[in-house]
Ligand binder design. Structure first.
Ligand code: SAM
Length: 282
């Protein structure tokens, strides 16, 4: 008998992965959690039935979330990760010896503990001494913070369930306050392709654009996410991601990256016309 995992990308489009083994199923206070082992994508984590992270394409997402802001301002020292319980974003941050503080606020302790057990490829650096994990709602964690972090990375689920508040105006306001005067915010910005994600992407962009002097969007290719075309938001108080980027200083870190390079960095901000039109509309 064949076992398949199916992720509903839309009501009319399904994406299926052939499974070797269903490793874990459970329900936390916030969401249902599953780990699978597959033929094509290796081990992967789903939350409420949606693909979060898998061993084969996670490098694309995590490279683009971390190295784009780090190459924009290679002097970043204090970082807050919101969500990101699988540990992949933290793993990439720990590669910078110059980063002093990595705080991660994840609402669901179960995701962290189970990722450490089933997905060591992403979770293995959560024990780095610079990493402090807070089990809390990102929305309440950032409220009241002032001038604290050089970089905030919102590595969240979509704008439903526990992740909903991380797409609100109040949350972006608080992130703005929590950032230092040259701070940068990178957030999971959904996809421009199918209607559901495109709507969220526009709503999110409209809110961020009102707050930050520099508010842009960059794209990358994510094979297992709906349509494969995914976006991050880049909002910044001072540094433009291309005009002010510190590419020479970034190269001195000597990091070997599998997806990121400084040409991809520049090119990822060049958007197709239909995406640019959507952003201009809001
Ligand atoms: N790369 C993934 C994606 O876009 O599909 C996201 C991965 S990561 C596993 C997302 C994490 O955000 C989950 O572990 C979830 O528990 C966490 N999360 C959701 N809402 C949150 C909130 N309000 N505060 C903190 N963490 C939250």
């Amino acid at each position: 008998m064949e076992l398949w995992f199916t992720d509903k990308h839309t009501e009319n489009v399904h994406f299926s992965i052939k499974i070797k083994e269903h490793l874990y199923h459970g329900k936390s206070k916030y969401q249902s959690i599953d780990f699978f082992d597959s033929y094509e994508f290796g081990k992967f984590l789903t939350l409420d039935g949606y693909m979060m992270v898998n061993e084969k394409d996670e490098f694309i997402y995590h490279d683009m979330m971390v190295h784009v802001p780090m190459a924009t301002n290679p002097l970043i020292k204090k970082v807050l990760v919101i969500g990101g319980g699988d540990g992949g974003t933290v793993r990439e941050l720990t590669r910078y010896s110059s980063v002093e503080v990595i705080d991660m606020v994840e609402i669901d302790e179960q995701v962290v503990k189970l990722s450490q057990q089933y997905l060591p490829q992403t979770a293995s650096k959560l024990i780095d001494p610079r990493v402090k994990i807070y089990y809390d709602d990102g929305l309440s964690f950032v409220s009241g913070l002032d001038n604290t972090y050089d970089l905030i990375l919102v590595d969240s689920t979509d704008s439903m369930g526990p992740g909903e508040g991380l797409f609100s105006k109040a949350f972006y306001d608080n992130c703005y306050q929590a950032l230092t005067e040259d701070g940068i915010l990178v957030n999971q910005h959904e996809s421009p392709y199918y209607d559901k994600e495109a709507k969220e992407m526009k709503r999110s962009h409209a809110k961020i654009k009102k707050l930050f002097p520099i508010s842009m969007v960059y794209q990358f290719h994510m094979p297992t996410y709906p349509s494969g075309h995914w976006l991050f938001g880049f909002a910044s108080k001072k540094y433009h991601p291309i005009d002010n980027a510190g590419f020479d200083a970034w190269k001195e870190f000597g990091l070997k990256t599998k997806y990121y390079n400084t040409n991809i960095h520049k090119g990822s901000f060049l958007l197709p016309t239909f995406v640019q039109d959507m952003l201009d509309e809001v």
